[in-house]
Design a protein around this ligand. Structure first.
Ligand code: SF4
Length: 421
């Protein structure tokens, strides 16, 4: 099988991993037509670097052969899909070729499990080693790691990769046992804990090296030994949404536990998508995509706005509203906390006002040191006035009555794509 055919299979097989998904672009291709380039090219996806830059990654599997039979996965052993396998050299060559042609800034490499977890992980690590040591590759590398592999291999992976991820796959151990019986939730978490220790150690070593003055022999230039890096962009994971019957409350509790216990950079939520010849244990239909979106919004509230999982996840069926975003839903359910006086309230409370983002809140805190905030100040901050005003008191504004949930639900029912031109 030639390299292009392998690339078609193994880039397509990697698309189910949402950790660095890109979407929303218009499809363009110059093959057989005028112009130059294509954005349909296999295996290129966008991701965000630790400094916030959006970067393009070559996103592929080393192989889609797999000896495990996770029911939700298109690459499971019993799946009837075309199979392919790259050699280490082929992945290295592809990465360097794409990089030199300026198509990518890094590599996202995952793999099905062949022979054994250790053997597969060795191959994945070898790709990163050859790129870094033999070719002095300075681009971004994200490796999907196999929790069942030996701890030494995970440790080696972290020396070469910018980011490591281990997929938790499903929010509960019971669902994992039912849908991915070869996987072990406790082993996955143990592997995450090991990565956390290595990441923390590397950060501490970097801090110590920075804070300790470099010493040298008299007359020689002081030289500081660089500390060994370890996955400087941290670790992340992915959770499938809608593949089992866990509620949004259960999913957010699981995420909060992962953020707290293993200091993950991100939990990615991937709406379950039905696969060919699917098992009867799986739902027939995917969940509404907006559910995935609401979970990302709720996750953002936990990481940046001081909300706890149990506050966002509703009582009862535990499902987030599909009609209004989780922050607005929380505000509507806690009318007793509003209106908030924007000229007096502490930062934590300002962050809970629907429509106010972190930047707007910080700018308001600066502005109110020198004057009392008025409605016009909010306009200048470009905050959505219709959403904010029912919840706040300003020097020249006080809402006539409590915010009415129906007004927001009606507005949210008719979403429209903003025009670019
Ligand atoms: S181990 Fe990974 S690739 Fe293999 S079936 Fe499970 S999810 Fe798919």
């Amino acid at each position: 099988m030639n390299l292009n055919a392998k690339l078609a299979i193994l880039a397509d097989a990697a698309k189910y991993d949402a950790s660095c998904a890109s979407s929303g672009g218009q499809r363009r291709n110059s093959v057989g037509a005028a112009g130059l380039g294509s954005n349909e090219g296999m295996g290129i996806c966008h991701s965000y670097a630790p400094d916030g830059r959006c970067i393009s990654l070559l996103k592929i599997l080393l192989t889609n052969f797999c000896q495990y039979d996770c029911l939700y996965c298109v690459n499971r052993a019993s799946s009837n899909v075309p199979r392919a396998r790259f050699s280490v050299d082929e992945v290295v060559r592809l990465t360097l070729d794409f990089y030199r042609r300026n198509c990518i800034e890094g590599l996202f490499l995952s793999s099905g499990i062949i022979r054994s977890p250790d053997y597969t992980m060795e191959q994945v690590v070898e790709v990163a080693r050859v790129l870094r040591e033999d070719h002095d590759f300075r681009g971004y590398i994200h490796l999907k790691t196999i929790p069942d592999a030996a701890p030494e291999l995970l440790q080696r992976a972290g020396r070469y990769a910018d980011r490591l991820s281990i997929n938790i796959e499903l929010p509960t151990e019971q669902s994992l046992a039912r849908l991915a019986p070869e996987k072990d939730g406790a082993r996955i978490k143990r592997a995450m804990a090991r990565l956390r220790v290595h990441i923390d150690d590397a950060k501490a070593a970097a801090r110590e090296a920075r804070d300790t003055p470099a010493r040298s022999l008299p007359g020689a230039k002081p030289v500081r030994a660089a500390p060994q890096p370890f996955a400087a962009a941290g670790q992340s994971t992915q959770m499938i949404v809608g593949g089992d019957d866990t509620s949004d409350a259960g999913i957010l509790q699981a995420s909060a536990q992962l953020y707290g216990a293993y200091r993950l950079k991100r939990v990615y939520y991937s709406a379950f998508s039905p696969i060919p010849d699917a098992s009867a244990a799986l739902p027939l239909k995917p969940p509404p995509l907006v559910r995935e979106h609401r979970l990302y919004q709720a996750d953002w509230l936990m990481r940046h706005y001081g909300f706890e999982a149990r506050e966002i996840a509703p009582q009862g069926d535990g499902m987030l509203s599909l009609e209004v975003d989780p922050k607005l839903a929380w505000a509507l359910a806690h009318a007793e906390r509003f209106p908030v006086d924007l000229n007096r309230a502490p930062r934590e409370l300002l962050l809970r006002v629907p429509g106010l983002g972190v930047k707007a809140v910080d700018r308001m805190l600066l502005a109110r040191r020198v004057r009392r905030l008025r409605a016009d100040d909010l306009k200048r901050l470009h905050v959505p006035l219709a959403k904010v005003l029912p919840f706040v008191v300003l020097a020249d504004h006080r809402p006539a009555r409590a915010a009415d949930p129906r007004q927001f639900a009606a507005a949210a029912k008719a979403p429209a794509q903003a025009a670019l031109f």
